[in-house]
Design a binder for this molecule. Structure first.
Ligand code: SF4
Length: 336
């Protein structure tokens, strides 16, 4: 897909105390992207949906002072962030409820300081291996062409005895990662779904084919790889479509002999998320009917609506069998 370009970038003066900040600013200047130096981002749309659309085209270059990393179960021990929000417009995105009315993207310039905090967490857990997720509040690949920060991170983990990185993305601009000596310390996971779900709900992200092509490139570069199939939805042809998804993956990855992990997440929503989704995407065709769902208590102190037990068991069993039939080298890490 065409690489994302913001309409405007706000720059926190503090970010220019770092080489990465200066480098990103210079890059933006060569791309003729309007830059505003300020401590405050101002987005004034006429409606919530205009605020949302404008925010998704706005970047704020700033710094991340987080010292104590949050846990990130079940996918890793901890999470850290090189950026927040992303240029995608996935209608169901769980970040809808956590990033406010104006989910502009933050890009953090102090990459070395962020990695220092990561190192402290690795040291605290010695002699064990500590795993880190860098895609919990962002898509870490989506802005790489403007920042180069993820490449730096992969190189850091490549040299780390006890740290391991886990990346998750819906974007296909992976070429800058292909020649890194990664040492098998970074696992690339692609968030994948049926063509129907990607086309209908995951606007401004890479297509089904582009993601599979990117996964194939990353596999050929020897990285450990995995797939997150999420959100899994039940709709008219869901079984045929998920079958097609798994057979397409298999046909592209026949030569990949290392383990391939799968994480399976059924579609869920909270009452707050539903309200926001309906404001931003009034014509959404997402199934947000509470009566067809059951309530489940979530780790963030909110109830969420998931499929009833019978349907979630059907999803789990059906997709698990598809994976096992197509990949003898597969490992299903969890279904939730
Ligand atoms: S790509 Fe990921 S982070 Fe971005 S909108 Fe879609 S689900 Fe949310």
């Amino acid at each position: 897909m065409k690489l994302f370009m913001p309409d405007r970038v706000y720059i926190d003066p503090k970010s220019l105390e770092y080489d990465t900040g200066i480098m990103i600013k210079e890059k933006l200047e060569t791309l003729n992207i309007p830059i505003i130096q300020t401590k405050k981002v101002e987005i004034e749309g006429k409606s919530p949906s205009e605020n949302y659309a404008k925010a998704k085209k706005t970047i704020y270059l700033t710094v991340n002072r987080e010292k104590k990393l949050r846990k990130c179960k079940p996918s890793a021990d901890y999470q850290f962030a090189l950026s927040s929000s992303c240029p995608g417009h996935c209608e169901y995105c769980y970040l809808q409820t956590t990033q406010g009315e104006k989910p502009f993207m933050k890009v953090f310039a102090n990459v070395d300081e962020i990695l220092k905090v990561v190192q402290e967490h690795i040291d605290e857990n010695l002699p064990n291996i500590t795993t880190f997720e860098c895609g919990s509040i962002t898509d870490p690949v989506a802005l790489e062409h403007l920042t180069g920060s993820l490449k730096k991170c992969i190189e850091f983990f490549s040299n780390s005895e006890n740290g391991r990185l886990r990346i998750i993305t819906k974007f296909n601009n992976v070429d800058s990662f292909l020649d890194i000596k990664h040492n098998d310390h970074t696992k690339f996971r692609f968030s994948i779904n049926t063509k129907y779900i990607i086309g209908k709900f995951e606007h401004s992200t890479s297509s089904f084919e582009e993601r599979i092509e990117a996964a194939t490139k990353i596999a050929k570069a020897g990285y450990p790889i995995g797939f997150i199939i999420a959100p899994i939805m039940i709709y008219e042809n869901w079984k045929e479509d998920y079958r097609e998804l798994l057979t397409s993956l298999k046909s592209q990855l026949v030569d990949y002999n290392k383990e391939i992990t799968f994480e399976l997440i059924q579609h869920r929503f909270t009452a707050t998320a539903k309200e926001l989704i309906l404001t931003r995407f009034p014509n959404t065709e997402l199934d947000l009917n509470e009566e067809k769902r059951q309530l489940k208590w979530g780790p963030y102190g909110k109830f969420k609506y998931v499929y009833p037990k019978e349907q979630s068991t059907e999803i789990k069993e059906y997709i698990s069998v598809l994976i096992q039939d197509n990949f003898i080298n597969s490992k299903i890490e969890y279904f939730t």
